[in-house]
Design a protein around this ligand. Sequence first.
Ligand SMILES: NC(=O)c1ccc[n+]([C@@H]2O[C@H](COP(=O)([O-])OP(=O)(O)OC[C@H]3O[C@@H](n4cnc5c(N)ncnc54)[C@H](OP(=O)(O)O)[C@@H]3O)[C@@H](O)[C@H]2O)c1
Length: 338
Amino acid sequence: MKAVGFYRSLPIEHEESLIDLEIEKPTPTGRDLLVQVKAVSVNPTDVKARVARKQAEETPQILGRDVAGIVAEVGSECSLFRPGDEVYYAGSNVRPGGNSEFHLVDERIVGHKPESLDFARAAALPLTSLTSMEGLFERLGISRNPAVNQGKTILIIGAAGGVGSIATQLADLVGLTVIGTASRPETIQWAREHGATHTISHTQAFVPQLKVLGFPTVDYIFCLSDPERHWDSIVEAIVPQGKICSILPLNPSAKLDTLFYKSATLSWELMYTRPMFQTPDMIEQHNLLEDLTQLVDAGKVKTTLTELLEPINAANLRKAHAKIESGQTIGKIVLANF
Ligand SMILES: NC(=O)c1ccc[n+]([C@@H]2O[C@H](COP(=O)([O-])OP(=O)(O)OC[C@H]3O[C@@H](n4cnc5c(N)ncnc54)[C@H](OP(=O)(O)O)[C@@H]3O)[C@@H](O)[C@H]2O)c1
């Protein structure tokens, strides 16, 4: 089958940084589905994984974490899906990625694709939505009931990126006042169109800007970019007893004492944790994607696709990686059709 992969880390301008390959088609066992891949979206994690692979490998590495496609075959223990089902999922970081014609994935982290979206528009959603849903509703413990959230505020740092474009929509949907950070006119506009009531810039200290808006502190902070650079602003902006969630690691030297005096909670969100450790509740990712499908088909959450490249091949994947490396993408870049 066709695939796109690489043997060692090379600058993205290099023709061999990502190459077209022929590899063996896998066979599903146990709870695995074999999915015919129709579209993939590209994430910063793909770039990080490509850049990290300094040693040349004997077998090619296949990246790609966001897939929309059709179930081709099911393993003997599968009970959630049948051949022919249209699905979408983010997958696992400890298994081969989805940049291949067929792909194996554990059915417990797969959802039925929204009927209202084509494969490309669906592929934009799973990874960023799982991160947002786990971050907002599980780590920050935000209620899904808008009545409970009346008068509460959330600051979303990096509001126009892949994760931010979904997190702002969901936070708005559950009744929070959403303040998003964005640094350019086009990202400010995108964040406002996707649920941010207010925007401030992440190139300046947050609290003076928040005070101008009438919010000297916020109840929740969801940090989707550069937590170390924003740390002083984060601890200053969080309300006493407030909650912070970061989707990126934080240098251990970060000062935590101010959070102690504020009795503030700091939590982490990594959407790979469940598949990586095969946690007993890993099926929650299936449930979250099924919830998302209902929200999308009800018109409450919209796709975040901003750029579509066809077909899925090395040249187009190199273009997508180069854009992600710029750190300035809005929404999601998707590749469709082999
Ligand atoms: N833990 C997890 O499970 C998880 C899941 C997904 C992603 N991640 C990680 O989270 C990060 C964000 O992912 P993503 O897909 O949203 O990225 P992305 O789409 O590449 O984010 C691009 C956005 O980041 C904003 N940005 C750039 N520099 C910033 C800064 N210093 N502070 C705040 N915002 C900044 C830009 O806004 P402007 O153009 O307005 O500056 C741009 O709109 C990545 O590092 C990714 O690897 C973690």
